[in-house]
Design a protein around this ligand. Structure first.
Ligand code: GTP
Length: 365
């Protein structure tokens, strides 16, 4: 029986998501209380893709293994970048060559993307064209942050431009971070060195007429930046039905949509939502106000605290009457003392103790 394999790129450093990515790789960020990688495994299983090769670094491998994510029957293998030598977005694909083998086309997925892609269809489209490489493409309003593709009539990509300056992109069709490659691609990839698929390989393949696009219009988001991460949680809050609710909460107000994981406790007169995700075992006191925010597991938010448009990491302690402005990112294990006010756009690195007001946007390291 033919087995389709997928290589998942998961060994980047996620610098744009610091300080939350200091303590977890992007692929383990919770989307609606489920690690992104778990959503990916679920989708792979749905499309009968039986093997995933996780292209990681040592640290990421340990964190993924510790998390014990359900794999829905997908067999997991690890392909590790050499120590202190990240291979970029291309090198890990070459490194996985032997694990992938040469029998069948294979998928490559960016591990930081939520994409409602029908893997079966993109693989079929790839096979029909007998293509060397097929990229899933989706439409966005501002393509300047992404790789942009210009197509000919039969979906061949005639030009691929990575991050064109704003206003210069020839189309708004962007690289969705989901590819199908035929094993022959390995001949075009250098061995043992770091390189970028998007900057070094795709433009050349496009010039040679060997790159195809496959359009889809499902849900798509990368979680590269904090605002993207909040946005995909928000989008899913509005599109997933039967969001889990905490049990035994009385006298608090839920302004939908709100999702709460197992073991969440909320005190009386607190108002939660809209667009709020609360992680497992988080304890929220009385008269708390939280909206437009994502709270990771096992955090404590004390009475009279208020939080808006913010991401709060795991095992954070927020004291009584604390006010957190918009656009803040609070790292894991941070402690904020009672009655402290935090201005808009403040980032706080993991395990910091904040005892005084923070009056300006800053990063506390
Ligand atoms: P930023 O530092 O915020 O730009 O993030 P990043 O470099 O982690 O992510 P980028 O969007 O550039 O990468 C797309 C995907 O490739 C992500 O899923 C990354 O985890 C992965 N990736 C990026 N660089 C490497 C690398 O050197 N090795 C491996 N194995 N994966 C990588």
């Amino acid at each position: 029986m033919k087995t389709l394999k997928a290589v998942i790129l998961a060994g980047g450093f996620a610098t744009r998501l610091r300080p939350l990515s200091c303590t977890r790789p992007k692929t383990l960020f919770p989307i609606l209380n489920k690690p992104l990688l778990q959503w990916i495994f679920e989708r792979l299983a749905k499309h009968k893709i039986t093997e995933a090769i996780l292209a990681v670094n040592h640290q990421t491998e340990i964190m993924i293994k510790n998390q014990k994510i359900p794999n829905y029957g997908v067999k997991i293998k690890y392909s590790r970048d050499p120590p202190r030598k990240p291979l970029g977005t291309g090198g890990p694909i070459k490194k996985a060559e032997k694990l992938v083998g040469y029998k069948e086309p294979f998928l490559v997925l960016n591990g930081d993307i939520f994409a409602d892609v029908d893997y079966t269809e993109i693989v079929n489209a790839h096979k029909e064209k007998d293509a060397l490489a097929t990229i899933a493409l989706c439409r966005v309003k501002d393509p300047s942050r992404y790789g942009v593709a210009e197509l000919t009539e039969n979906n061949r990509i005639k030009r691929f431009i990575e991050k064109p300056p704003r206003g210069t992109a020839p189309t708004n069709l962007i690289n969705a971070g989901v590819y199908v490659f035929s094993p022959k691609i390995f001949e075009s990839l250098p061995r043992g060195k770091a390189f970028s698929m998007e900057r070094e390989i795709f433009p050349k393949l496009a010039e040679k007429g060997e790159l195809y696009g496959w359009l889809f219009d499902g849900l798509w988001s990368d979680i590269g930046k904090p605002e993207d991460f909040l946005e995909i949680n928000k989008v899913l809050l509005t599109s997933v039905s039967n969001l889990p609710k905490p049990r035994n909460v009385k006298k608090c107000k839920m302004e939908e949509p709100v999702a709460c994981d197992e073991g969440v406790k909320i005190g009386e007169n607190s108002t939660i939502g809209p667009y709020t995700v609360i992680g497992r075992e988080t304890v929220i006191g009385k008269n708390v106000r939280i909206k437009d925010s994502v709270i990771f597991p096992e955090t404590v938010i004390s009475d009279f605290a208020s939080i808006e448009n913010t991401i709060i990491g795991e095992k954070v302690f927020i004291g009584k009457g604390v006010k957190i402005g918009k656009g803040c990112i609070i790292g894991d294990h941070v402690k904020i003392k009672d009655h402290v006010s935090i201005a808009n756009n403040v980032s706080i690195c993991p395990a910091k103790e904040i005892t005084e007001n923070v009056l300006e946007p800053t990063c506390i390291i």
